[in-house]
Design a protein around this ligand. Structure first.
Ligand SMILES: Nc1ncnc2c1ncn2[C@@H]1O[C@H](COP(=O)(O)OP(=O)(O)O)[C@@H](O)[C@H]1O
Ligand SMILES: [Mg+2]
Length: 347
């Protein structure tokens, strides 16, 4: 799909991106929130990057920044070799149609007063300038492609289940043949079996069209099976990233370990150890802790953690982690979760 992409380079390349919001409160000083801090990642064509973290950690803002839907304070974003932050006018519109977004609530992307066929054909009429007849024919194909009957085309969103509505939103998102889709909590509101069906659909479309996904979810369990690589966010920054297998089996960051320990493990012969309860609340993003942002909730916190931000370091098995344990700690990051749990109990 992306003929002008240099071979081997990532389709989406995000480098040290920062997004800052100014919050105006009445009778109070305007506060700034660094919603996204020095975030970097790449996504190749046909690849899925899972982005996880608690609510408020900056996942949606990251996804919106990549689509240039929020102002980017600093950093660089390139898509298929184009410097996205420098594009304007026609070139920006052209770049944008290669990138789409699917939201948690299809009601926010589907017009409740428009039929399915009308919703799916709208981008074709607007951007592809197809005739009404051609657009409808293509919409019917898309509706079947996402697993719905073409005979549903003249129904309205309220006549469908949540999973079906999400399929319609996906049909609309792929109408213009994008290369890249941000799925922002796209399956989070669905029950588990519907989640799996929609994930299977996304997988099938990814393979068929070589799509790249930024797959956002607050729950690590959801992204596990769809992601090639995973990045974990906390208070605006990526604290750990790497191949999904490595992150799930050998999480290096105490925050990732805590998130993973909360997932029930279906395999009886693999012991995950005790559940790590995350104490306390996520700090106010407008007043983040000094040093490591996670230190106020970290059971391994050391003096150095309050003094300086840990650097990103490579993890055995792939990826990176930003944690002082990696460099100054008594524990070897990347050790199996059970070992770390045991070590923490001994302390
Ligand atoms: N438009 C906005 N204006 C001001 N603050 C915002 C805006 N959007 C998000 N934020 C703030 O940025 C931080 C990250 O939000 P968000 O990206 O939505 O997190 P997540 O998707 O991980 O739940 C939060 O503190 C949120 O309140
Ligand atoms: Mg969000």
């Amino acid at each position: 799909m992306s003929a002008d992409l240099s071979p081997g380079g990532p389709l989406v390349d995000v480098r040290d991106v920062n997004v800052v919001f100014r919050k105006k409160a009445m009778f109070k000083k305007t506060r700034t929130v660094e919603a996204v801090k020095n975030v970097s990642f790449g996504i190749a064509a046909g690849e899925t990057l899972g982005l996880v973290g608690e609510s408020g950690s900056g996942k949606s803002t990251t996804g919106r920044a990549v689509l240039r839907l929020v102002p980017v304070a600093s950093g660089a974003i390139s898509v298929a070799g184009h410097d996205l932050l420098r594009l304007e006018g026609r070139a920006l519109r052209k770049a944008r149609r290669r990138m789409q977004m699917v939201f948690q609530d299809p009601y926010s992307s589907l017009d409740p007063s428009a039929t399915v066929a009308a919703s799916v054909s709208e981008p074709l009429l607007v951007h592809d300038r197809l005739s009404a007849r051609e657009a409808r024919a293509r919409a019917l194909d898309l509706i079947e492609l996402v697993g719905l009957r073409a005979s549903y085309a003249d129904r309205y969103p309220y006549e469908f289940s949540g999973g079906q509505r999400q399929r319609i939103a996906i049909a609309r998102a792929i109408a213009l043949n994008p290369d890249f889709i941000v799925c922002d909590e796209a399956v989070s509101a669905l029950d588990v079996s519907t989640q799996n069906q929609v994930i299977n659909l996304l997988e099938r479309l990814r393979e068929e069209f070589d799509l790249a996904y930024l797959f956002i979810a607050h729950d690590l369990a959801i992204v596990r099976h769809i992601s090639h690589r995973v990045a974990v966010m906390y208070l605006g920054g990526i604290v750990e990233s790497g191949p999904a297998e490595r992150v799930y089996n050998h999480p290096a960051h105490p925050y990732t370990q805590a998130l993973l320990s909360a997932i029930p493990d279906p395999s009886p012969h693999r012991r995950r150890g005790e559940r790590i309860v995350l104490e306390g609340e996520v700090p106010d993003p407008a007043r983040p802790p000094s040093g490591c942002p996670f230190r106020t909730r970290c059971r391994f916190a050391m003096d150095v953690c309050a003094e300086r931000m840990p650097e990103r370091t490579a993890v055995e098995g792939g990826g990176e982690v930003a944690c002082h344990l990696q460099t100054s700690g008594p524990l070897l990051a990347g050790a199996p979760l059970g070992d770390l749990t045991a070590a923490a109990t001994r302390r």
